[in-house]
Design a protein around this ligand. Structure first.
Ligand code: YXS
Length: 260
């Protein structure tokens, strides 16, 4: 694999994002490698998986590769899109997946780590959720992945509506991060949690992970409500603003959103 590195130690498998020169932006190639690495960990019967970036990285991941976002007339986040596929792979991996964070986390990468089973972070890391910066019609599965846990709805709305990063300390208080550490203590602390999990009955762990996933999917959303939201999403992804947001990013200027 070109875009991730993998290693195993006992029953702990580690997947390291290895595309720092592109800020670990979640391109379809990088995502295919993450999914391949997760499948390998399952095949090797790893009992806990750690998802991390290279030590010392400034940007854990710049989120979805904006170059791969459609400029209108097409749903940017549908079932088979790369971001949806990697998040399902994490959620359905029988072994718990622990996100170990250094650096800044953006947009789709934030949803990805929120879909992991635990998050441990360097106290200097930050977290941002950015659809409104680009006019992206975020999908209901993505929004659900951020609210299905018990983190503060007010913090999630602050993240979504301001798109401003929050600190690891605030993320910990909001239940987004299990615990923050000084960077020199982070790796050992995460490995300790992973190794404890590996001493437990893996079938029981996998069953409870799947039961928690299914219960968190339980939602009173009716087909009519889903279709109504999809209709609103089409208005958003066909809007002037959806194209303007992406154009502005690459033209390195502030977007002018008109609400049309
Ligand atoms: O100008 P060049 O060609 O060197 O390219 C620049 C950036 O355009 C590029 N780049 C990206 N390309 C594709 N997808 C990205 N997500 C992305 N982020 C950056 O990388 C080159 C270096 O970027 P630069 O100069 O800004 O680096 P920096 O060190 O000054 O700043 C690092 C960041 C991460 C703070 C900055 O690049 C940034 O704010 N990037 C965008 C983060 C973001 O908004 N990500 C969300 C992506 S969209 C997404 O995840 C979801 C669909 S949603 O938005 O709905 O949540």
């Amino acid at each position: 694999m070109s875009y991730v590195k993998t290693e195993t130690k006992g029953f702990v498998g580690t997947i390291t994002l290895n595309y720092g020169k592109k800020l670990n932006a979640l391109s379809s190639e990088l995502i295919d490698d993450i999914i391949g690495a997760i499948k390998d960990m399952e095949r090797l019967k790893m009992r806990c998986v750690i998802l991390r970036a290279e030590p010392g990285i400034k940007v854990f991941s710049a989120g979805h590769d904006i170059k791969e976002l459609p400029r209108g007339k097409r749903d940017p986040l549908s079932y088979k899109d790369p971001l949806r596929r990697v998040i399902r792979a994490i959620q359905k991996c029988p072994a718990p997946v622990i996100a170990m964070i250094e650096g800044t986390v953006w947009g789709g990468a934030f949803e990805t780590i929120m879909s992991c089973d635990m998050v441990f972070a360097d106290k200097r890391s930050t977290f941002a959720m950015t659809p409104v910066n680009l006019g992206v019609a975020y999908d209901i599965v993505g929004v659900h992945n951020l609210v299905r846990g018990d983190c503060s709805a007010h913090i999630i709305k602050e993240l979504f509506f301001t798109a401003r990063p929050i600190s690891a300390e605030r993320a910990e208080r909001a239940g987004i991060v299990n615990r923050v550490y000084d960077i020199e203590d982070l790796e050992a602390a995460v490995m300790d949690v992973a190794e404890v999990i590996c001493t437990k009955a893996p079938l029981s762990v996998a069953l409870i992970k799947e039961e928690l996933r299914v219960l968190s999917e339980a939602s009173p959303l009716t087909p009519g409500e889903f279709q109504r939201l999809q209709g609103i999403r089409r208005t958003v992804y066909d809007s002037h603003d959806a194209k303007e947001g992406i154009d502005a990013f690459f033209e390195k200027r502030k977007p002018v959103f008109t609400g049309e």
